[in-house]
Design a protein around this ligand. Structure first.
Ligand SMILES: *Cc1c(COP(=O)(O)O)cnc(C)c1O
Length: 433
């Protein structure tokens, strides 16, 4: 009897044991060690194909926003499906190249591109720079002229809509650092057209992350289409519309629209307003990888409070071997992530409400609070929906090597990143004298 988990059809319990694409997770944790990220290539492909199916028959390019998970095997998986990439640094461009991705399908976003990064991107022929300010536009024009290669540009406009998400992951409001203000975009397009070395090809926006409603997307789209019409009326033709990423996933009880529903609603609005001929670019990140991965961690110690301590606010701690340096989302955004046992205890086993915490010396180092679990030292837990903004946000705080990563494909587990060893962490450091 297979019981799939909500929001994660590729994860299931069979006889009380949790498996991902049919592979037993506790066994993977013991074989490769913990903390361990495990991803399903099949789940990633299914997520990408849902967007592709919704875009069939349209000129389009899906650019995976690789800051969500930039492991080379993840990039390879998407490149093989024909996806391009949304990058935010020169380092990410190098990863695309190392994974066999096509630089002519790369769009380069970010408020702080350096001249060196622009130069590298021009030399590799990236498809488009998503420019975020007048100052950047001017520098890009200089670099492009110096390189003797035209830079294709799109301006990232800030549509000033509220994506209704966490303030740290909302990017489309006036007070955010991202993009150019809607009411300045027209003048900036005129400048872009006049500057040497630039070729205006499109317009883009990205309003936030973990968005679970269609409405803010349609509001932003309307604002962008208003601008497109005004820009073209002034004589600058725009080839593509890039509507960013941001679609949410299920962590607990969120019910985000499917990719089909979101894209369908956008296309309908685009057609209704007479813009159906334009190429559509999308930059999904989280929704392509988030539900495809888990973080496995082993229970090290149980630290229970006495009844009188509990009465005074004491808590029960389940100390695990993964920490905030491995998975930053709970500490950084107070994000709720599901935590489940990889091997379910018998129904009559004692259960308690635990704070699941890591070994890092910070009170903010927790993965989940108030979790009801039947656990003992040595058990393996899985943190769910950890495929996005997990490994990529990890650090070496407390001189902890980063976790290993495994990708399951066609029923086989592939080690796609080795566990980092302590001597690697200080290999670049020098003693003085
Ligand atoms: C982060 C980012 C994305 C992807 O956002 P998700 O919420 O992961 O889909 C897309 N575009 C830009 C410019 C981004 O910075």
């Amino acid at each position: 009897m297979m019981t799939p988990l909500p929001g994660a059809p590729h994860l299931a319990y069979a006889h009380g044991r949790l498996s991902l694409d049919g592979l037993d997770l506790q066994q993977l944790g013991k074989a490769f060690g913990t903390p361990l990220y495990v991803y399903s290539a099949q789940a990633m492909r299914a997520a990408a194909r849902a967007y592709q199916a919704a875009l069939v028959g349209r000129p389009h390019l899906l650019c995976y926003a690789m800051k969500a998970n930039s492991n080379l095997a993840v990039l390879q998986t998407f490149a093989q499906l024909g996806l391009g990439f949304d990058i935010v640094s020169g380092g990410e461009l190098q990863r695309v190249l190392a994974a066999g991705g096509d630089p002519s399908k790369v769009v380069f976003s970010g408020v702080g591109k350096t001249r060196a990064e622009m130069q590298a991107a021009l030399r590799h022929g990236v498809r488009c720079f998503n420019v975020e300010s007048q100052a950047e536009l001017e520098v890009l024009s200089e670099v492009a002229q110096h390189e003797g290669r035209p830079a294709r540009v799109s301006l990232r406009v800030n549509p000033d809509v509220d994506a209704g998400t966490h303030p740290y992951i909302s990017t489309g409001l006036k007070g955010n650092k991202f993009g150019v203000a809607h009411d300045r975009a027209l003048a900036l397009y005129a400048q872009a057209r006049a500057l040497k070395g630039l070729e205006v090809v499109g317009i883009d926006c990205h309003i936030g992350s973990q968005i679970t409603d269609i409405a803010p997307y349609l509001d932003a789209l309307d604002r962008v289409l208003d601008l497109v019409e005004a820009i073209e009326a002034e004589g600058t033709a725009l080839h593509h519309l890039d509507l960013g990423g941001g679609l949410g996933i299920t962590y607990t009880d969120e019910q985000p629209p499917s990719a089909q529903a979101l894209v369908g609603a956008m296309l309908q609005r685009i057609d209704a307003r007479g813009h159906g001929h334009r190429e559509l670019l999308l930059e999904p990140g989280r929704s392509l990888v988030g539900n495809a991965g888990v973080l496995l961690t082993e229970v090290l110690y149980l630290k229970t409070a006495q009844a009188d301590e509990v009465a005074q606010g004491g808590r029960h701690f389940c100390v695990v071997d993964a920490a905030m340096n491995d998975l930053m989302r709970p500490a950084m955004y107070q994000a709720w992530m599901g935590i489940v046992e990889c091997q379910q205890a018998p129904a009559d086993a004692p259960r308690r409400t635990w704070d699941v915490v890591g070994p890092v010396c910070e009170s903010g180092d927790w993965l989940g609070k108030d979790r009801e679990l039947a656990v003992k030292a040595g058990d393996t837990l899985a943190v769910l929906s950890a495929g996005a903004y997990g490994m990529t946000m990890s650090s070496n705080y407390n001189t902890r090597g980063r976790a290993a990563e495994v990708m399951i494909d066609s029923g086989r587990a592939h080690l796609v990143r080795e566990r980092e060893q302590p001597e690697q962490l200080f290999a670049g450091e020098r003693l003085i004298g």
